[in-house]
Design a protein around this ligand. Sequence first.
Ligand code: IPM
Ligand code: MN
Length: 360
Amino acid sequence: MRIAVIPGDGIGIETTAEAVEAVRAVGDVFGHRFDIEKLPWSADHFLRTGITMPPNGYAMLRDDFDAIFIGALGDPRVPDNRHARDILLGIRFELDLYVNYRPVKLLDARLCPLKDRSVADVNFVVFRENTEGLYVGIGGRFKAGTNDEVSIQEELNTYKGVHRIVKHAFEFAKATGRRRVCMADKSNAMTQGHALWQRVLKEVAPQYPGVEARHLYIDALVLLMVQNPAQFDVIVTNNLFGDIITDLGAALQGGLGLAASGNLHPGRTSMFEPVHGSAPPLAGKNVANPIGAILSAALMLESLGLKQEAAAIEAAVQDAVVTGNGTKEIGGSLGTRETGDYIASHVRKSGPDRADVASG
Ligand code: IPM
Ligand code: MN
């Protein structure tokens, strides 16, 4: 299996190294050959060469690789964030990765910032539309920099785009036995664009009689996510709202360092990245939490059909978190590398369930 790895900037470089180590551990234990190719695209690379992504970059990722792993992108030396736009958003758009899959799962009750919550109370997934919305860059600035400046940025909602993400959320619920799907929009104020989300929910929900469909305005959703997150199973929403609520979701599970994501186009080459950013002040200090990156690698393996392998990584992460073998911000005393080593060695000890391998 061929995997493209773009470590990117800042702590992305360090956390990606640990995710790669976990994948290699799985490869050794389960007997898979992972062909891991590192690609240099990053702020450094851009500042050195003037190139964010080579012209054939997207086609190469799509055609030559089975999956893509990205660390994090963002560097104060590139103030307009052009390289992040071309690399991260560019891959989402060009490879048409319309599903941004962000599980929110509390691994240890002590990590939840809410009072008296158990792990069962925080366990839902967010599906964020990933190819349109306010991220398409339609708009412009007129008389920029003057007191007469007018700036416009349009939100794009297409029937195709809204339908496929809402449908995906219901399909996921059905396939995984989750009983509730909540669609969040702002159709009370955005009466044009978000009327389409309303229409699609009404059209798709009845096709899934076993799944309870619900609608919430996005402001009410964030309130309820904090007051009682246990009521959510699957949340589906647009690109920007999904961006915002998945940072809140990360907080509910113990911080950005723990949150994983997959940018998917089911059946095609997809891209995986931790939700955390490049965190320039933490870079190079061996303090960043690699778990979000490692769990993103598990999502990658799962999407490649390697379920048992993904589960082995998840079990290792679970163990590291509950035994305190992690970074400082989750109550441990280990560095990035040591946390990664702990998890990889746990994976190496676990190994495949031979009975399953033999029968499957
Ligand atoms: C994310 C990030 C990106 C986004 C940024 C870096 C453009 O915040 O993946 O959540 O807004 O999508
Ligand atoms: Mn974000």
